[in-house]
Ligand binder design. Structure first.
Ligand code: SAM
Ligand code: SF4
Length: 497
């Protein structure tokens, strides 16, 4: 969600004539797009703001803005950080170009947040126009784009700040989503990811017809140029689930990937979290998904150390991970968020060391399963949408774990064979399968594509040496080595050829 907001703001600012630089030191305006889901994320922003205060001493005209959830949550309190000039909530992002303009010209501090975030905003239409106009291809991953299908959330899980900072759950009109996607396709986008906090709850009434996510998937499948359609995040609820899985099964463009967070395997904890389902009901949904789409890849989210989580509750979560056989899980330590029901009513009574221990244990269990699932790919051929040159981080992720996967027991790092053959046959590229597996492989020889990991060739542009860039294109890769997080292979066919 935040990545999408950043892309839209970036696009609107480019349109207004601003240029982007890599380093805050070289900038006249610095914007932080912030997340409030965990305290750690907010603390990092605070520390950056403290640092900018020093830069501002020698560069007083520098304009600093905080946008996103933290802006909505803290409002003008953020001005206690003296570096801050602009505070702008997620529902006001359409105002950012104007706010920056005023901050530069009039040198005044400005705050734009929604006073009553749980009321439907009168700015809704302005936001809708802004979104449709500036919804663009991902600036980091050519050929891909996020498209918001829903705003906000009405679920009020007891630990979660999202309903308080993103407002009520609303579904965008299907025609706006389709129009935006069509434009993206015309600009070369091949994969769209529909976004919503509970994307499977998408519901839009127009006359006699009620559109659900399955309808959107059908309509987007008709758009020429769009090859892959993904959607996140699914909420474990039965409404529309069957239709969505049927759509996934029958529509070849819909990727067979389901991110469906469980959060806990204990019914007691699920109740305290206000999730509204039991572990058995959750597993029933997974069974249904696998019956309708047998090769579906499933990913989960878990919170460890929720108030009152006993060893027995935790053991049930371990058990759920084993039964669910996720491709990967995102595992978080409970972080009390001010204003939420859990923070008001429940004591954060699980000591940090227990949270750390449970976090590690879940990561290890998940790693085991991910490793087994990954090994099934050995010797097989997969289609990937190429993201671009493999940054060192992709390989580091393999070593240190990605968003929740623990370090492999023996840190492998880059396979030396792969590295040396990369030199011969082109630089390492990274792509993802339709089921979201990360695939690292050697690109075509340098003369036919990218030459250095710093290269950021765009879709359809020539690579640095005059050949076509593979970023944003599909490629066929034969997998010859796997780790729990990454599949490694050889390019079999480059679809630009
Ligand atoms: N809407 C999605 C859902 O219901 O699963 C998730 C959205 S939330 C922004 C992303 C993840 O952050 C959640 O799945 C949850 O695991 C985690 N999360 C949210 N609030 C948290 C908190 N207070 N402490 C730790 N993790 C949290
Ligand atoms: Fe937060 Fe629950 Fe809404 Fe997801 S469904 S955004 S966890 S309140």
């Amino acid at each position: 969600m935040n990545k999408l907001d950043s892309a839209i703001v970036e696009s609107s600012l480019r349109d207004a004539g601003y240029q982007f630089v890599d380093n805050a030191k070289d900038a006249d305006v610095v914007l932080f797009n912030t997340c409030s889901v965990r305290d750690h994320a907010e603390q990092r922003v605070m520390s950056h703001l403290g640092h900018l205060k020093h830069i501002k001493e020698s560069k007083p005209d520098l304009v600093v803005g905080v946008i996103g959830c933290m802006a909505q949550r803290l409002g003008s309190e953020l001005f206690k950080q003296s570096a801050v000039d602009i505070v702008c909530g997620p529902a006001q992002i359409a105002e950012i170009p104007r706010l920056i303009d005023e901050a530069i010209k009039e040198k005044k501090k400005a705050v734009a947040v929604t006073e009553k975030i749980r009321q439907l905003s009168p700015d809704g239409q302005a936001l809708e126009r802004f979104e449709t106009e500036y919804g663009v291809e991902d600036s980091e991953i050519p050929g891909q784009a996020y498209v918001r299908a829903m705003h906000g959330c009405d679920k009020f899980c007891s630990y979660c700040v999202v309903p308080y900072v993103r407002g009520p759950e609303t579904s965008r009109p299907p025609e706006a989503i389709i129009e935006q996607t069509r434009r993206l396709a015309q600009n070369g986008v091949k994969q769209v990811t529909l976004l919503g906090q509970r994307i499977n709850a998408y519901e839009y009434k127009a006359g006699d017809k009620t559109y659900c996510l399955a309808d959107l998937l059908n309509m987007i499948s008709e758009i020429d140029g769009i090859e892959w359609i993904k959607f996140v995040t699914s909420y474990p609820s039965a409404k529309y689930f069957n239709q969505i899985m049927e759509a996934m099964s029958k529509l070849p463009k819909v990727c067979r990937y389901l991110h469906i967070p469980a959060q806990s395997g204990s019914d007691n904890i699920l109740k305290a979290m206000n999730r509204g389902y039991t572990c058995a009901e959750y597993l029933k949904l997974l069974d249904m998904a696998r019956q309708i789409v047998p090769d579906i890849a499933v990913a989960g989210d878990f919170i460890v150390g929720f108030p009152g989580e006993t060893d027995n509750d935790f053991a049930q979560t371990v058990d759920l991970i084993k039964k669910a056989r996720y491709k990967n899980s995102f595992i978080f330590k409970y972080s009390p968020r001010p204003g939420t029901i859990a923070d008001k009513r429940l004591e954060d009574n699980i000591p940090q060391e227990i949270k750390n221990k449970r976090n590690c244990e879940l990561l290890n269990v998940q790693e085991e399963i991910s490793g087994e699932l990954a090994r099934d790919f050995s010797g097989k051929t997969v289609t990937v949408l190429v993201e671009g040159p493999s940054k060192k981080s992709h390989l580091d992720k393999d070593i240190v774990g990605r968003a929740g996967l623990a370090p492999p027991k023996q840190s492998g790092g880059v396979n030396p064979t792969l590295q040396s053959s990369a030199a011969k046959s082109g630089i390492q590229l990274v792509g993802r399968t339709a089921t979201d597996w990360i695939v690292v492989f050697n690109g075509p020889p340098a003369s036919a594509g990218e030459t250095s990991p710093a290269s950021t060739c765009r879709l359809g542009e020539a690579g640095p040496n005059g050949g076509p860039s593979l970023a944003g294109q599909f490629a066929t890769v034969k997998i010859n080595r796997t780790s729990p997080l990454t599949l490694f292979g050889e390019l079999v066919e480059n679809h630009t050829a």
